[in-house]
Design a protein around this ligand. Sequence first.
Ligand SMILES: Nc1ncnc2c1ncn2[C@@H]1O[C@H](COP(=O)(O)OP(=O)(O)OP(=O)(O)O)[C@@H](O)[C@H]1O
Ligand SMILES: [Mg+2]
Length: 244
Amino acid sequence: MTAKSPEIMVDLIKVSKTYPPRVHALVDVSLTVHAGEMLFLTGMSGAGKTTLLRLLCRGETPDKGLVEVAGQDLDRLSGSGLQQLRRRIGMAYQDFKLLPRHTVAENIALAMEVAYRKRSFIRKRTRELLEKLRLADKYATPAGELSRGEQQRISIARALANMPDLVLADEPTGNLDRETTALVMDLFREHEERGATIIIATHDRELFSDGSHRVIELTAGQLRSPEEPGRTGEQSLHNEEASQ
Ligand SMILES: Nc1ncnc2c1ncn2[C@@H]1O[C@H](COP(=O)(O)OP(=O)(O)OP(=O)(O)O)[C@@H](O)[C@H]1O
Ligand SMILES: [Mg+2]
């Protein structure tokens, strides 16, 4: 067994996922993400972005290959071990997954209650997140009464509430205008600065057009880096290893 470098947060090795009957959502995907890195995952609709994020929080299991998060093989985790790891992960879902009859504050609080946070802490943190996302006036509104853009921001607030080590954001700006997109990206950058690892699946090339972060592209379930056409994610990984 090889010793794992502690600064690797996500390691996928030759991961494949096929949905019945024969949808090859991911094919032999290898990817290493270092702790503290912000990474953009792009690709056409149906390319496998959501599937990849769901594998990282064990929302799905792979048919083949290894998925490691924070040095732990997800396939071997269950019960309290899996729960503990999930508390370190914040996922903002593409379809939000909010509880529509619960208030905005309750939706955000739920993520913190499962991590046994104190009520005073939960209230303070919820208000702080809502202020940053310009939704302070929605604190007591049922989530189901919000616009889609507002719901999207609540799902992001919920994902960030526990200061997770790993943030998985699935199309986090899909329903947002330019100004609100900038607010959300500022918030992600704040979490990047405190050392969180952040993976953002997006169609919006504007989000990574400044070239300051790594971008990887899924094409029909396979990885390649757009800045290096022709190189698969797997080859990049091997090259990285060879250069160390
Ligand atoms: N639960 C499922 N059952 C069957 N097929 C699925 C399931 N989830 C996804 N797929 C299929 O797997 C492929 C990858 O889907 P995925 O949702 O990962 O793509 P995506 O890149 O996130 O797309 P989008 O940009 O539209 O969100 C698609 O062909 C999709 O139809
Ligand atoms: Mg998707």
